[in-house]
Design a protein around this ligand. Structure first.
Ligand SMILES: [Zn+2]
Length: 129
């Protein structure tokens, strides 16, 4: 049986977001990066989440905060609503991420901004919808 990646694509995790997590490749588009960051939340890869965020938005406590949120929240699905590349160095992705927290289901709807930094796409910030 073939299993989809956490990000919802029909590829297996190892052939999809897993290759970005283990450093075998860099996400080629903002959407690929966004999906791989969602999958990193799903598998609890805080290092990847810190490494793919623009350094301007990363603090010393970022990794610990992400690790804590991974304990509290279980990510159960992703829906990408829109993905645009605004220029060679800027893109936006709007998505809804579904989670369970303390037995309750919730969702996070965000339009995220991405920039190219040192040749790789990174997440900067986002607007909650
Ligand atoms: Zn994936």
């Amino acid at each position: 049986m073939k299993q989809n990646c956490y990000c919802g694509r029909s590829n297996a995790y190892t052939a999809c977001c897993g290759k970005y997590h283990r450093g075998a490749a860099s996400a080629p588009t903002p959407e690929d990066l966004m999906r791989s960051r969602y999958s990193a939340f799903a598998v609890g890869d805080a290092d990847y989440l810190v490494a793919t965020r623009h350094p301007r938005f990363v603090t010393d406590s970022s990794a610990a905060e992400i690790a804590q949120s991974n304990v509290e929240m279980k990510w159960i699905g992703l829906k990408v609503l829109d993905a645009v590349q605004l220029s060679e160095k800027k893109g936006q992705v709007e998505f809804i991420a579904f989670y369970e927290q303390a037995g309750q289901r919730g969702q996070l709807h965000e339009r995220s901004n991405f920039q190219k930094f040192k040749g790789k796409w990174v997440y900067t910030d986002g607007e909650l919808k």
